[in-house]
Structure formats: C-alpha cells, structure tokens
Design a protein around this ligand. Structure first.
Ligand code: NAD
Ligand code: SER
Length: 323
C-alpha cells in the first residue's frame, strides 16, 4: 500500500484546458489522488481571483512554452483537455482544426521523445457521422464525421493509435458523450442544452431548447466521466485493446425526456423548442452507444441514471444559485 502511495506521489501531472467544464473537476479529483502540489492546472484564460498557487497560464498552441513547463515541473503525465468544441468549431473551422490537431501532436511528440510517460486525450461521440448506425453504436462502427470537430477528433484518434503502434507512446482516450455538470458551465458544445435546461428550470421555470424534442443523444453525468477517465488511466496497459479511443455509455435521452424528469421536481416547468444550426450537428451523431469493449477491458460501469442525475443537478444547483 505504502509502495503504491509512493509511486502515485512521484507523478507530476499537467492538465491543459483546466478551467473548462471537465478540467475544473478533473483537476480537483487528480489532486485528491496525487496531492495538490503535484497537479499543475493550466489554461489560456486568467484564473479568477488568483486562488490556485499551482496554476499557470498556458496557450497549448505554444509548443516551446509547453516543453519548458514539462521540463521545469518534471511532468510525467499529461491530461490534454484544451480544445474547441463542436458548435464553436463550426463557426471557426480552421481555428478549431489547428487548435485540436496541433496541440495533440505537440504532446504526442513529447511522449515519443520520452519527456512524458503517459498522455490522456479525450475524443467524442462526434467522430461518428450520419451514416453510422444510430442505436447502440459499436466501437468500430462506420465513422465518417461531417463536423470540423468530429473530423479533428477522428483524425486525433488515428494519430494516438499511430504513436502507440510506431513509438510505444502510452496514450489513452475516451469518446465522451455529452457531459452534464453543475460546477462549471460547458463551453460551446451541441449537448450544452442538457446543462442549460437545469439552470433555466431553477432560474426561469422555463427553457427554450435549441434541439427538437425527440433528438436522442448519448450523455453522462460528470462524476461518472471523471471516474472513467481516472480508471482508464490507472488500468493495466496490457488489458487495453483500444488505442484510438474507447466508446463509453451511460445515458441516452431526448429534450422531452429530460424535461419530463425535471417536471417531477418542478411541476410547472415548461419547455419549448426552437432548433438552430446545432440540430444538424446533433442529427449526425448516434443516439446511444455500445461500450462493451470498455466494460470488458477495464470494467467500466456508470453509476448515474437520468433520475439520479436530475436529483444531483437540481440539488447542487439550488445551493450554488441560492434557490
Ligand atoms: P471547455 O470548452 O469547457 O474547456 C476547454 C478549455 O480549454 C477552456 O477553459 C478554454 O479556455 C481552454 N482553451 C481554449 N483554447 C486554449 C488554448 N489555446 N490553450 C489553452 N487552453 C485553451 O471544454 P470541456 O467540455 O472541458 O472539454 C474538454 C475536452 O473534452 C475537449 O477536448 C473536448 O473536446 C472533450 N469533450 C468534451 C465533452 C463535453 O461534453 N464536455 C464531450 C466530448 C469530448
Ligand atoms: N459535448 C460535446 C459537444 O457537444 C461532444 O463532444 O461538442
């Protein structure tokens, strides 16, 4: 036990995009495991009220600064989260591609040169496209993405696999579904409606949804996503059969179904629908995911169903918003 603890405390972690929806929670979870001083949080934004002494401003497009930080802090493991998400990347396609691709290749090169020993990089259900089977989409289902974000994630998956196969780089990845959380607002995705709806239910008692009522998408509560990420990174390397990215499943629901679940707690809550450009993105993605390979390889199992998630979201947001 002590030996394990010493091995864990010897790691120095770098998180990029750490002020974002996932990074803000993953950083806290990693600090619980590895110690606060061993997890360096970085982002392109300024930190609010300068409260974290282990924060550094870092633009992941600056490969020189990344190399400097890795050397200076003797970083061993990187969680590279900084990216442009689906809805924003449709507005700035070239910028989205450059950010999502160049920064991944910088970290893969550092791993190839043995400057870091392990890399985590998230992919997405967005790698699938309109020709992909919609329900229980399998690990190796046809994946011809039609969004810039999806193209960048699919290409990134192939790069990860390439660096693993050619250079033995220990890179691990999950195709996250839409993630739902209350600590940090999401940043420019198509699944953001499933977070906004809880805020609006509490603040306004109504919500105008930018997707149509029967658009089913794969989703997951953040606690499950953080646990999955850490479990995958701590899994024995010889158990892992996927070095592109793992399918992961927890929930699948439509705007109508999440609204009905919220109405169990707030009976007067009203939803209306005004689909915008994000409808086309959502229509190109699967409705539910088959994650049997992740279950088999590293025993993945979600804990939160829709009603447990709604309870957790409303409970935590009530406190946060003083409702
Ligand atoms: P987010 O938009 O909430 O956070 C991204 C963070 O990256 C932001 O804090 C932003 O300031 C930072 N950033 C942007 N450009 C940067 C740059 N040049 N240098 C450094 N930092 C920069 O995103 P998120 O939801 O936390 O997503 C994290 C990762 O997970 C992304 O790779 C995303 O594609 C992936 N992902 C997220 C979801 C989801 O539902 N949240 C689903 C699938 C995959
Ligand atoms: N939640 C993400 C998005 O909507 C999926 O990768 O962009």
């Amino acid at each position: 036990m002590l030996a394990n603890r010493q091995i864990i405390m010897a790691e120095k972690i770098l998180v990029t995009g750490a002020l974002g929806q996932i990074g803000s929670e993953l950083t806290l979870a990693l600090r619980e495991i590895y110690g606060v001083e061993n997890v360096l949080s970085t982002d392109i934004q300024d930190q609010e009220n300068q409260s974290d002494p282990y924060y550094e401003k870092l633009d992941v497009m600056d490969a020189g600064k990344i190399a400097e930080i890795v050397e200076q802090h003797k970083i061993t493991i990187v969680y590279h989260l900084a990216a442009m998400l689906s809805a924003t990347a449709e507005k700035y396609p070239k910028k989205g591609w450059d950010l999502n691709m160049d920064s991944l290749l910088t970290f893969l090169e550092l791993a190839k040169e043995k400057k870091i020993k392990q890399l985590y990089w998230p992919s997405s259900i967005a790698i699938f496209g309109p020709d992909t089977p919609k329900n229980n989409t399998e690990q190796n289902a046809l994946a011809i993405p039609t969004t810039v974000y999806g193209i960048s994630k699919r290409a990134g998956e192939f790069w990860c696999n390439y660096y693993y196969e050619k250079f033995g780089v220990d890179v691990r990845s999950i195709r996250y579904p839409g993630l739902i959380s209350w600590k940090t607002r999401p940043g420019g995705g198509t699944t953001d409606y499933a977070v906004d709806i809880y805020y609006q239910a509490l603040e306004e008692g109504k919500y105008e949804c930018f997707l149509s009522e029967n658009t089913a998408l794969p989703m997951m509560y953040m606690d499950d996503a953080i646990r999955a990420t850490i479990e995958l990174m701590q899994a024995d390397a010889d158990k892992l059969t996927v070095r592109t990215s793992y399918n992961l499943h927890a929930l699948s629901f439509t705007p109508k179904e999440i609204a009905e679940d919220i109405q169990k707690h707030i009976p007067d809550f009203e939803i209306s629908y005004k689909p915008d450009f994000r409808q086309e993105i959502a229509d190109s993605w699967p409705g539910s995911i088959d994650d049997s390979v992740a279950q088999k390889d590293w025993n993945w199992k979600p804990k939160f169903d829709l009603s447990a998630m709604t309870e957790a979201m409303l409970g935590n947001l009530k406190e946060k918003l003083g409702k």
